[in-house]
Design a protein around this ligand. Structure first.
Ligand code: HEM
Length: 240
């Protein structure tokens, strides 16, 4: 019997999805305003989040329900390591830090893995199905916005072991539907997915401050450069 979990998740998180799309940092990203320092902080946070999620899924690889949704071809830990080495250099491990919102997200993943492991399904859904859905568009924006070349800094968006993302998403949804769970559990998973959207939004909101500062600094630099150039021109004109 189908749990209809896939459509319950889709319908149940629709509002949260729209809200996430409207966070300033995400909107700026979609418009091509991508600042490298803010972006690499996001990559660092995502690294901690995915590592926690993937480590916990591995530990639960014999769990009757969680194990069914543990698709290794989705794992992002290794690809995020490659991107971090590009953005921070070879000593990236010593440089990256977890932000407060990232820390709360990681803590929640660890906590549910220990106490209510089925809720990990919500975290897997929120991140991986989103990555499979928007991946190529976001990749192209990152490439153009940060002038990336030769595939550097975008390993996160490449699913080397998934040749057909659409077909894979259907397989993932079918697996969700076939999980042996009751309605009460399905509802709890939907609630947790909404919470996971909220945790992602908080991580993006933290970066908004950084982005605004960076844009302000760029504006300030360009204005002062123009003014300096203007005043030199004025001096030259007076001298003539
Ligand atoms: C940058 C802004 C975003 C855009 C433009 C975007 C776009 C999309 C699109 C077009 C789909 C539909 C794919 C389909 O019908 O198969 C989708 C699905 C999805 N997105 Fe996003 N998205 C964004 C942000 C996010 C964020 C921040 C998250 C969560 C962290 C997320 C999670 C998801 C999930 C879980 C799905 C699968 C929905 C389902 O079919 O059940 N998205 N997204």
């Amino acid at each position: 019997m189908s749990s209809n979990l896939a459509s319950k998740l889709r319908v149940g998180t629709k509002k949260a999805h729209t809200m996430a799309e409207n966070v300033g940092f995400v909107k700026c990203f979609l418009k091509g305003v991508v600042e490298k320092n803010s972006y690499r902080k996001l990559v660092a946070n995502l690294y901690f989040v995915y590592t926690a999620m993937e480590e916990e899924m591995e530990k639960l690889s014999h769990h009757p329900i969680v194990s069914q949704i543990n698709f290794k071809e989705l794992y992002r830990g290794r690809s995020l390591e490659q991107d971090l080495a590009y953005y921070y250099g070879s000593n990236w491990r010593e440089q990256i830090q977890l932000s407060p919102a990232g820390a709360a997200y990681v803590q929640r993943i660890r906590e549910i893995a220990a106490t209510q492991p089925e809720l990990l399904i919500a975290h897997s859904y929120t991140r991986y199905l989103g990555d499979l859905s928007g991946g190529q568009i976001l990749r192209n924006i990152a490439v153009t916005g940060m002038n990336l070349t030769d595939g550097n800094g975008t390993a996160f968006y490449e699913f080397a072991d998934i040749p057909d993302e659409k077909a894979f998403k259907n397989q993932y949804r079918q697996t969700l539907d076939e999980l042996p769970i009751d309605d009460a559990m399905a509802d709890r998973i939907v609630d947790e997915a909404n919470a996971a959207f909220g945790m992602n939004m908080k991580m993006f909101q933290e970066l908004e401050g950084n982005l605004i500062k960076a844009i302000g600094q760029m504006l300030f630099n360009s204005l002062t450069r123009r003014r300096t150039r203007g005043s030199t021109e004025g001096e030259l004109a007076t001298a003539e």
